[in-house]
Design a protein around this ligand. Structure first.
Ligand SMILES: *Cc1c(COP(=O)(O)O)cnc(C)c1O
Length: 468
């Protein structure tokens, strides 16, 4: 077989495109489908040149369809989370509640008073209302919000360092990687600061910080270890010790709390106590930064709270303009903070709080078991899956409380012809896709991260994907 003959087995881009019906690729726009087909044809041409073996009938079309389908599945879309990991960074962190979503919709589709003072008709202060509420929520003199916790950290450091004083003192035991390959030291250095690492991985004392302080020191920084648990022979100074040291040298003391719970997590579930921004501030931290979409359960954002002079300074930084929140984030964050303040300042036990992340953490395992049994019966009756209700362990996730295991309930699913990997892959093909986890070679769906309204969707999905 000659190379030329092999090449003739490759259909033209036009012919391939014509053979792909719009309903097979929607909502991927046609011009993008054309590009994907062109890329696939180019790849096939190279392969043919190397192999000189003609393509089988329909092979090129099948390859193009697979490429388009792969691309289509990368489109941002809802996913059913059966992993039991509540704040799952790969799954978009905290889902919003009905009131948060309604607030988003109202501001998204209409004009608003973002920078208009409705009393005077003059230009108004952006986010003034939210900032006041945020300060009340965390018990700080002042607070502001930016796009995420990483930008909050960079902004704060940029404000506090200067050419003469570029040094940030931080413990070696706190220079963690926060997931997705992002490391705290790299984020800190993005501010232009010079890091002065003190202590050892497992042990840092107040004297280590003291010895590192010099004329070029700008601030002392504490980073919450978040996703990383240090056990055994360890030590780190109390915030109060660092506060005294910082005051003595007239240096600001900043803490990156990461997740930033405003609820008492140990009252929500039998889990650890996650330090709150209010506790840190009460102990003498001058500025705390934390995420809006981890344990707060709000939109992606970063909150900076603490001393009013420092917050005002941070807000006056030109870089603040580069990382400020847009109206959509402000609308959701405002609703989120109101939600907590309505529920009496975040006392655990107030059932009216409509923050899904918090609701999932505090859901009673017995209630989950009842739901699991009903769902198991539906799946067993409507699909070819074998279903068992088992005890499981859910996690807060999102780099929060690595030691905290929340007792939960899961469905263990088996299939006469498929192994766990194959069941998982099939569930991901559904729309909405369903994501679970594999343990002991068995596929599981944890009830704690499923919304009640998704149970019927899930049963229908199982019925369609694994026909009885
Ligand atoms: C998660 C985390 C961050 C980053 O927060 P984003 O809101 O994702 O930018 C920073 N520091 C710590 C300690 C964290 O846990």
């Amino acid at each position: 077989m000659s190379l030329q003959e092999a090449m003739r087995s490759l259909p033209s881009v036009e012919k391939l495109l014509k053979a792909m019906a719009p309903e097979e690729h929607e909502p991927v726009p046609r011009p993008v489908v054309a590009d994907l087909v062109r890329d696939e044809v180019a790849a096939l041409r190279e392969e043919l040149q190397a192999s000189a073996t003609p393509l089988a009938e329909g092979e090129a079309l099948a390859r193009c369809k697979a490429a388009v389908s792969r691309f289509r599945s990368s489109r941002l879309q809802p996913v059913i989370n059966g992993t039991g990991v509540i704040i799952h960074t790969n799954l978009g962190r905290s889902p919003l509640g009905a009131r948060q979503a309604a607030a988003l919709g109202a501001i998204a589709t209409q004009y608003n008073n973002l920078e208009l003072d409705l009393e005077t008709g003059n230009r108004g202060r952006r986010a003034g209302y939210l900032e006041r509420l945020l300060a009340t929520l965390v018990g700080a003199e002042a607070a502001i919000s930016v796009n995420n916790c990483a930008s909050a950290l960079v902004l704060v450091l940029r404000h506090l360092i200067s050419e003469e004083k570029p040094v940030v003192v931080v413990s070696r035991g706190e220079l963690v990687e926060i997931g997705g390959g992002f490391r705290i030291p790299e984020i800190l250095e993005a501010s232009g600061c010079t890091l002065r690492e003190v202590g050892a991985t497992n042990k840092t004392t107040a004297d280590d910080y003291r010895a590192a302080i010099g004329p070029r020191t700008a601030l002392l920084l504490k980073v919450h270890r978040s996703n990383f648990y240090l056990g055994g022979f360890t030590a780190s100074p109390a915030i109060e010790e660092l506060r005294d040291l910082a005051r003595e040298h007239e240096l600001p003391l900043v803490e990156d709390l990461g997740s930033g719970a405003v609820m008492q997590t140990d009252q929500l579930a039998p889990i650890e106590h996650e330090p709150t921004p209010g506790e840190s501030i009460a102990k003498g931290i001058d500025l705390v930064v934390f995420s809006g979409d981890k344990l707060l359960g709000g939109p992606q954002s970063g909150i900076i709270a603490g001393r009013s002079d420092l917050v005002a300074g941070v807000k006056a930084e030109p870089f603040f303009r580069a990382v400020r929140c847009d109206r959509l984030i402000l609308a959701v964050l405002q609703e989120t903070v109101e939600e907590y303040l309505r529920a009496k300042g975040g006392d655990a036990g107030d059932g009216d709080l409509d923050i899904p992340t918090i609701a999932m953490i505090r859901e009673d395992p017995e209630a989950l078991r009842t739901q699991a049994e009903a769902l198991a019966a539906a799946l067993g009756a409507r699909s070819s899956l074998g279903v068992e209700v088992v005890e499981s362990t859910a996690r807060t996730g999102g780099g929060t409380m690595p030691k905290s295991e929340i007792p939960s309930v899961a469905l263990r699913l088996t299939h006469p012809e498929r192994d766990a990997e194959s069941i998982a892959a099939r569930f991901r093909e559904g729309r909405p896709a369903v994501v679970g986890y594999i343990e002991d070679d068995r596929f599981h769906l944890d009830l704690r991260t499923l919304f009640a309204h998704q149970h019927e969707v899930l049963a229908a999905q199982a019925e369609a994907l694994f026909p009885a």
